[in-house]
Design a protein around this ligand. Structure first.
Ligand code: AMP
Ligand code: MG
Length: 418
């Protein structure tokens, strides 16, 4: 049986970024750039006032009183018409271009007008403020110059990147697209979540959960409903699911008489990469690729996830999410676990490495983690209390409080900062 690390490597060897496409800027949040973007303007495009006040020559200011004749009033969006010379000032508002000759702005709070109550232009501004060139202004091109790179390829697009791209006029952007993820639940015992289950039946909770995980990973889920444990139906529904970038199948990959998924995948020519991993929960995981031989053509990555809800959720976080990140152009595709201090003793049992539901907290002295009471792979309620998975090596051992263990947080930022 493959280790988690070997299985992850096998997935990432197969998965390649989706071909870049041009997307409207407003739809790129959470995606990764596939082109470098160069500025078509200086930013700011002119020397600009950062305060409401008076544009003056710093050399005119003195520690005692300074009196300057007011030339004109310039607000944001206007262009000054008069140069500031010795003994003069221009009234200026935040965001307006600095007039020629001026090299700083005195803020309005440090000034008064004389004679009081007169029209400002032609009046005198009186100040006791001193100042140096550059005070309360920002120079043209201070943040970026025409021709400079605003954003390289391979960058996560967050709201601030959207703003910076809008500033340089990028209405559309070349990005790795959002993968489309087909989700097909399998099982004779499943009923839609809107029905009350009859004897022996349960609700199809995995489809909604996997859809939500897909969405949170930045991809686009397509819910394909429930297929029955019947070879012909499975084959037909799986074949339709191969239209997506990733196909997630839930259930039917274990050893039971009704676990028909691997045989039907093989029958459809989906090439198996591995089946079963040395991990708890998640042992029955099946992974394969459809259309692997045709280099350059579209591939479908197929995950046969175990039907038990916690297994399904954990396999998504550990294996499907890195695969999605690779398709979306994220580097690195798989986030490293973080290390946190165990709050209470934990007794790990069993042969296989265990991903145990846990609560991770960020305290003054770093991250700490407590395992959540957990009744195994069907106990989704334990996951509701959890915000992380605590990873214990196989073989079983007692871990005293204070032990540093590896933890995979859910909801970690997509920029790879933790
Ligand atoms: P399987 O992997 O098909 O053997 O299913 C393992 C367990 O997970 C069984 O108890 C199933 O009833 C349960 N299960 C399978 N599919 C789902 C699903 N879509 N939603 C909730 N539980 C499921
Ligand atoms: Mg089943």
């Amino acid at each position: 049986m493959l280790s988690v690390a070997d299985a992850l490597n096998a997935i990432l060897r197969e998965a390649r970024p989706l071909l870049p496409v041009s997307v409207a800027l407003a739809d790129t949040l959470g995606l990764v750039t596939a082109e470098a973007v160069v500025s078509d303007v200086d930013s700011p495009p002119f020397d600009k006032a950062l305060m409401d006040g008076f544009a003056v020559r710093a050399a005119d200011l003195s520690a005692s009183e300074t009196r300057l004749r007011i030339l004109e009033h310039v607000t944001a969006g206007m262009v000054p018409t008069k140069a500031v010379t010795a003994g003069t000032a221009t009234r200026i508002m935040t965001g307006a271009p600095l007039p020629e000759g001026a090299d700083c702005v005195i803020k309005v709070e440090d000034t008064r007008i004389e004679p009081a109550g007169q029209s400002i232009i032609g009046g005198t501004v009186v100040t006791h403020a001193s100042g140096q060139p550059g005070m309360n202004i920002v120079r043209r091109g201070a943040s970026i110059n025409t021709g400079q790179t605003v954003l390289p390829a391979g960058q996560l697009i967050r709201p601030q990147e959207i703003g910076a791209l809008a500033e340089v006029g990028k209405e559309r952007l070349v990005v790795h697209p959002r993968p489309k993820v087909g989700i097909l639940a399998t099982g004779d015992e499943l009923v839609p979540i809107g029905s009350r289950p009859g004897p022996g039946l349960i609700r199809n909770s995995n489809e909604a959960m996997l859809g939500a995980q897909t969405q949170r990973a930045g991809a686009q889920p397509v819910l394909l409903g429930i297929a029955r444990d019947n070879a012909a139906e499975l084959r037909q529904r799986i074949a339709a699911g191969l239209a997506y970038d990733i196909l997630l199948l839930s259930g039917g990959v274990s050893e039971g008489t009704h676990d028909l998924v691997p045989a039907e995948l093989a029958g459809l020519g989906v090439q198996n990469v591995f089946h079963k991993i040395h991990m708890r929960p998640g042992k029955p995981l099946w992974f394969g690729v459809w259309n692997p031989a045709q280099a350059g053509s579209r591939q479908t990555y197929v995950f046969g996830l175990p039907g038990n809800p916690v297994s399904s959720l954990v396999c998504f976080e550990v294996f499907v999410r890195p695969c999605l990140r690779r398709l979306m152009g994220f580097q690195p595709a798989a986030a490293e676990p973080i290390r946190a201090r165990l709050v209470q003793e934990h007794v790990a049992q069993g042969e296989r490495p265990t991903y145990n539901p846990a609560r991770l907290e960020w305290g003054a002295d770093g991250p700490s983690v407590a395992t959540v009471r957990w009744h195994g792979s069907s106990d989704l309620q334990a996951m509701v209390e959890a915000n992380a998975l605590a990873i214990f090596p196989g073989g079983g051992a007692t871990y005293p409080p204070g032990t540093l263990i590896e933890v995979m947080p859910f909801d970690r930022p997509t920029d790879g900062s933790i």
